[in-house]
Design a protein around this ligand. Structure first.
Ligand code: SF4
Length: 228
């Protein structure tokens, strides 16, 4: 599979925030979010082809990192992901998969971290809108999300741009059967200023609905940089 980057850092988002982790970021995505923070895996996918064995060896070379995060792009797009997760499980690693939840694969996974994409993600404003209809058709697959939530321990992360997004969040949460304690709201933004600006009202929303507020710790610590 095509791999964009492999790096060690702390988990910056979700219920495992702060946990030292090794990230495997695959390249290639079936969506084109307008605010995608890793366009080098979606809009212009970059990376090098790596064999499964080489990926496993890379993980084995970091014995101090029990937590492995498969991210992208969309790792669930690739058939090799199934075998990769089986091999990582054999090594005794904890596996988090970061996915938009549009594709099912029979993977091994300890935490399915799904991030369904809201209407605010649709790229009407980019490249003449040529990806918008396809993105809109694919971005929300409730039957896939229900299957993922039923089969794995999970968290559901929503990227929220403004208070108007909440109605859609509630509708999706209800349709897929996610419990409030496992729903995390993240402010949209790739700068500390933007995240801070949105955090104020988003915390109030979380208090009102019983959702978790999810900072983006890696952005606050490192800024919008690759490989951290
Ligand atoms: S699903 Fe993720 S990787 Fe794909 S375009 Fe959206 S934000 Fe980017």
């Amino acid at each position: 599979m095509k791999v964009s980057e492999i790096f060690t850092t702390i988990q910056g988002e979700g219920i495992l925030t702060g946990v030292p982790s090794l990230f495997l970021r695959v390249s290639g995505c079936n969506l084109r979010c307008t605010w995608c923070d890793t366009p080098y895996t979606s809009w212009q996918p970059e990376g090098e082809e790596m064999a499964l064995e080489a990926l496993v060896q890379r993980v084995e070379a970091e014995p101090g990192y029990r937590h492995i995060v498969l991210t992208g792009g969309e790792p669930m797009l690739f058939a090799e992901t199934v075998e990769l997760t089986r091999r990582l499980r054999d090594l005794g690693r904890h596996i988090t998969i970061e996915t938009a939840g549009t594709v099912w694969q029979p993977v091994d996974c300890d935490l399915m971290s799904v991030s369904p994409k809201l209407r605010n993600s649709t790229p009407w404003d980019r490249e003449g809108g040529r990806y918008a209809a396809g993105h809109e058709r694919l971005r929300y697959r409730p039957e896939v999300l229900r299957r993922l939530l039923t089969n794995f321990d999970y968290q559901v992360k929503f990227v929220v741009s403004d208070p108007g997004d909440l109605e859609e969040v509630q509708k999706i949460a209800s349709e897929i059967g996610a419990i409030p304690e496992r729903i995390l709201l993240m402010p949209e933004g790739i700068s500390a200023d933007r995240l801070h600006e949105r955090a104020g009202w988003l915390v109030e929303v979380c208090k009102q609905y019983g959702y978790r507020f999810c900072p983006r710790l890696h952005v606050l610590i490192y800024g919008n940089r690759r490989g951290v």
